[in-house]
Write a protein that binds this ligand. Sequence first.
Ligand SMILES: [Zn+2]
Length: 319
Amino acid sequence: METKDISLASISEDLAKEQAAYDFLEAIRWPNGPVCPHCGTINHAYHLKPKSSEGRKTRTGAITFRKVWKCGACRKQFTVTVGTCMERSKIPLRKWVMAFHMLSASKNGVSSHELGRQLQISHESAWFLSQRIRYAFSDPIPSGQLSGTVEADETYVGGKRKHIPGVSHTDLKVPVVTLVERGGKVRSKVLPTVTSKNIKAHLQAHVSPDAALMTDQSRLYNQAGQGFASHETVDHARDEWVRGKAHVNTAEGFFSQLKRSLDGTHHHVSPRHLHRYVGEFDFRYNTRKVKDGERTALAIRRSAGKRLMYQQVTKRPQQ
Ligand SMILES: [Zn+2]
């Protein structure tokens, strides 16, 4: 199956056998031959073939079709899932690929209830699986800075469920700041609170000094907007949305899609998981020009080095 042909139908037909799913992932992750995750040696490993077509027995006696390699350099064993978010998962690889595809291809995201129903796994498994895939989508160290015309804007999401005495509901909303290069990429970040200082830091990290910056007239950007080639603003408070080329409509379009997904698909996302959902939206936006199958393959490649443990996802922040 070529990456451009990836679809739910082709996954269920072509990857029905677990061995085929391993071959598929290996072709995506290792175009130049197996890469040992222990020592980094490329294409110097031996496939440990099972003794029969019945698969291999694990230590507990269960049958597995895991495709195991032995490194010719360090002699250690590995499979294509080692070091990825799929490592040691009990969910069949075919279902992982389906989930990668569903989350890559859907404009408004996929709820874990929907994912559980489609993959026939428990809601809890589906929830954790989708968190791991969102984490795989993320690009922790994006290369280069945004340039040209860059819009910066912030929005507030969530904050409906809890009621803490003395704290208004809106206070519990979580700020998300986004920077979007017109015709280019987006970089969003969930912040505990928005201040001129952390907006400035986010801008300086991700926007080239020769960019033309566009924001609304929020005071947050007064200082943060300095240090760029130009800084134009529109005054939303006075119902001014576009003046010449000055507007933040691209950023607002991004936010409205994000909110549609958070409200319509997921209904409620806890502030402590929000960054992963925002990362998912950045990923789909930044790969909007490629086909769904290519986006799926890219996401699978990005799963390397992204093992996310259940405890990491579910642990509560220190009070
Ligand atoms: Zn090795």
